[in-house]
Ligand binder design. Structure first.
Ligand SMILES: Nc1nc2c(c(=O)[nH]1)N[C@H]1C(S)=C(S)[C@@H](COP(=O)(O)OP(=O)(O)OC[C@H]3O[C@@H](n4cnc5c(=O)[nH]c(N)nc54)[C@H](O)[C@@H]3O)O[C@H]1N2
Ligand SMILES: Nc1nc2c(c(=O)[nH]1)N[C@H]1C(S)=C(S)[C@@H](COP(=O)(O)OP(=O)(O)OC[C@H]3O[C@@H](n4cnc5c(=O)[nH]c(N)nc54)[C@H](O)[C@@H]3O)O[C@H]1N2
Ligand code: SF4
Ligand SMILES: [Mo]
Length: 665
């Protein structure tokens, strides 16, 4: 008989939805939203629904595979684990444990997914990756300004008079916030969308502001300039709760509104108008992550923070510089799970430049790469170098559900369970502050085993099995230890399916910031000269590289796909996807291109071919290709992107990318 059971979406997404899963005869039949979830209220997206297809897909890897003479062969778990553990042992003895690279991303929000780190720490410490392709520049930026990156609770947007959606593709990537926007609009709030693409959220906006990619920091400077000219700034906040305001004043004096308008390609009247909007408090600002994937990304977020601060919208209900909500992740004791104290050796590579670093590594060279919860060949910038690096090491181990482009390169592919095949708890530090529970609903197909099982077996073979002699129950309790002191227990979480975390609903309400000075810092005191705000522009722009801009005149964005979470869903579509190249109207006119034309987009790093689609109202000279596409469907846009790091070193510059385009005959 069919049963409907509570579960949770594990995908790396803003929304962290509660699910209801129909199970019959040990098989997942259907995935729907859980109406009792306090935030997601029964609505989910297609990616969530596709977790059913993902779990039942005939393309799942069912057995451990080993590449022999270029062909994958099925082997037993015993053989796979014996051979991998022997290699790990020999590498550690001969070269040291940092000759192993752990390459990962965050494809699964489960808490017990952190146990890969426990394994590598117990092993002695491997080469780890730092920084984030996703949101690194902006997180670091908010740490400089506020001391941390905290967001308002979802309900608070209903207190806003004005809502600024700044580079977030809400309707596509953050659907429950979209619902909230509709609710706020009904209550009378005005919505403004600032984005180079006229996306689905722009359609519900009171005004859409089209901007040249990467120029948002300058736009913020223009708005601040106008606020100060009109005397609309919050003097009390500036004098009592901030430091470094003089530096900002000096900075804005170095550029005119006319120049800002020319560079951002936003009309002066619009800049003036936005100054009024920010001053009619409360105005909430919701930044997206696309906004900061530029060389100047950290500075961009800091200038927008500064605008929110100057206009007096910090620490008030209905306001905020909302970017992420790290309060959520900080509620867990992940440190207990990862056992950092067990590591004796240490080396770090930047996630953006992991491939270059692998190729350049000496003392020790990288002898083995283990990939978990990531698909670097598709998702990491500058694919040709990624391919070279990941093919160069003597042993590549990939743990995944499917034969991804990265897995194809592997020496060993180990099949893992999907979230419905193991128990875990899930949260995201992006939007709301509820943690969800997912129990094991069905058994895994073939010989697929959980990541945790794999680490436990390897640990046993390597002689530190005791570190893994803990039940899931014990591990989950460990992660919730400090919450248990506040009366939030695993028992309650299991019973209800979701728990509200005790976080601040309106962060910085007390104006006590986590910076060195305890104030909001327009200039980050800890960072010296670098801590000052700047009028920075993208690296790949006519201002920084005129020659490059001449050769490659168009800005390439590579935003997140509607129907896939990154590379996770394309192969599950009922009809094979076609690579779509979306271009602004002026490009189609200049190059005489029509919808459906086969075109090629290229730059010095590589090329991608696909079919043209004219994107109405897109900012002039802008192209978009959705990210995540597998080689068999046309190939990743990361063939074109740069592995450069953002200004503060912790973010990617995936959208800071110039290209050219032409018809394929
Ligand atoms: N459907 C779907 N949803 C997802 C994901 C997915 O893969 N698919 N991924 C999840 C993850 S991991 C993340 S990080 C989030 C990301 O969520 P978002 O931040 O919403 O999405 P991105 O695709 O990173 O950013 C895209 C938006 O930024 C705009 N943008 C790009 N450059 C600029 C700029 O210079 N200025 C301005 N103002 N806007 C700019 C784009 O036009 C687009 O509207 O989405 C999550 N949700
Ligand atoms: N050009 C360009 N590149 C981008 C982006 C962009 O906007 N443009 N966005 C960036 C962003 S925001 C992000 S977050 C990254 C995401 O990058 P990734 O996290 O690498 O991408 P995904 O496709 O979500 O997942 C990677 C793999 O993890 C596997 N996986 C899923 N669950 C599990 C599990 O439980 N265990 C194991 N072992 N594997 C699992 C999936 O099958 C998938 O093959 O991509 C970045 N790359
Ligand atoms: S992908 Fe995001 S919106 Fe879709 S079901 Fe999962 S958490 Fe919800
Ligand atoms: Mo992301």
């Amino acid at each position: 008989m069919a049963e409907v059971l509570k579960s949770a979406c594990p995908l790396n997404c803003w929304d962290s939805c509660g699910l209801l899963v129909t199970v019959e005869n040990n098989k997942v039949i259907k995935v729907e939203g859980d109406p009792s979830h306090p935030i997601t209220k029964g609505k989910i997206c297609g990616r969530g629904r596709m977790l059913e297809t993902r779990t039942n897909s005939p393309e799942r890897i069912l057995y451990p595979l080993k590449k022999v003479n270029g062909e994958f062969q099925q082997i037993s778990w015993n053989q796979a684990l014996d051979e991998i553990s022997l290699k790990l042992k020999e590498i550690k003895e001969q070269y040291g444990s940092t000759a192993v690279l752990h390459s990962h991303d965050y494809a699964n929000n489960g808490v017990l997914k952190n146990l890969d780190q426990r394994f590598f720490n117990s092993y002695g410490g491997v080469t780890e990756i730092y920084g984030s392709l996703c949101w690194g520049a902006g997180i670091e930026a908010q740490k400089w300004d506020f001391g941390d990156a905290y967001g308002h609770e979802p309900e608070d947007v209903l207190n806003s008079r004005n809502i600024i959606i700044w580079g977030r593709n809400v309707a596509r990537t953050n659907m429950h916030f979209y619902e909230k926007l509709l609710e706020a609009k009904k209550k009378g709030a005005k919505i403004y969308v600032i984005d180079p693409l006229y996306n689905a959220t722009a359609k519900i906006a009171d005004e859409y502001i089209s901007i040249k990619p990467g120029m948002d920091g300058l736009l913020a400077v223009g708005i601040i300039k106008e606020i100060l000219r009109l005397g609309l700034e919050d003097r009390e906040f500036i004098s009592q709760h901030s430091s470094g305001f003089e530096d900002l004043e000096n900075l804005i004096d170095t550029i005119s509104l006319e120049k800002i308008s020319e560079m951002t390609e936003v009309p002066i009247e619009t800049i003036r108008f936005l100054a009024k909007v920010f001053s009619e408090k409360p105005t909430s600002t919701f930044m997206g992550l696309g906004l900061q994937r530029y060389k100047n990304g950290g500075n961009t977020i800091r200038l927008i923070d500064a605008l929110v601060a100057v206009s007096g919208n910090i620490g008030i209900a209905g306001g905020g510089a909302n970017y992420a909500n790290l309060q959520v992740g900080q509620s867990f004791d992940v440190g207990n799970l990862t056992m950092n104290h067990r590591k004796t050796s240490h080396r770090q590579f930047s996630i953006m430049k992991q491939a270059e670093e692998v190729l350049a590594a000496v003392d020790p060279e990288i002898k083995m790469i283990i990939v978990t919860c990531g698909n670097p060949l598709t998702q990491v910038p500058d694919s040709s170098i990624v391919e070279k690096a990941f093919s160069s090491v003597s042993t590549l181990v990939v743990i995944d559900h499917f034969m991804t482009d990265t897995a194809v390169l592997a020496d060993y592919v180990l099949p893992t369970t999907t979230s419905f095949e193991e128990e875990d708890i899930y949260y995201s530090s992006m939007y709301h502050h509820y943690v969800n529970y997912g129990s094991k609903l069905v058994s895994s197909p073939g010989e697929a085993k959980s990541d945790l099982w794999i680490w436990t077996q390897l640990a046993e073979k390597l002689g530190f099995g005791d570190d893994f002699k803990l039940s899931r129950e014990q591990l989950l309790e460990m992660s919730l230890q400090s919450l248990a002191e506040k009366g939030k227990t695993v028992v309650e979480l299991k019973e209800k399916g979701t728990l509200e975390l005790p976080v601040k609903r309106v962060p910085w309400e007390d104006f006590k910031f986590k910076t060195a000075s305890g104030k909001y810092e327009f200039t980050s005191i800890d960072k010296g000269e670098e801590g000052k705000l700047a009028l920075a522009v993208p690296e790949e722009s006519k201002w920084n590289n005129a020659e490059l801009a001449e050769k490659y005149p168009y800005n390439l964005l590579t935003i997140h796909p509607l129907r896939s979470n990154h590379s996770q869903n394309y192969h599950l579509f009922s009809k094979a996807p076609k690579l779509k190249i979306e271009v602004a109207e002026n490009i189609a006119a200049e190059k005489d291109l029509r919808d459906g034309d086969k075109v090629r987009v290229w730059n010095g790093r590589g090329e991608v071919k696909g079919y043209l689609s004219i994107l109405p109202k897109a900012h002039p000279n802008t192209i978009n290709i959705d990210e995540g596409i597998w080689r068999q469907f046309g190939g990743s846009v990361n063939n074109l992107t740069s592995s450069r790091e953002s200004d503060n070193g912790l973010g990617s510059t995936l959208y800071d990318c110039l290209v050219n385009i032409g018809k394929v005959n």
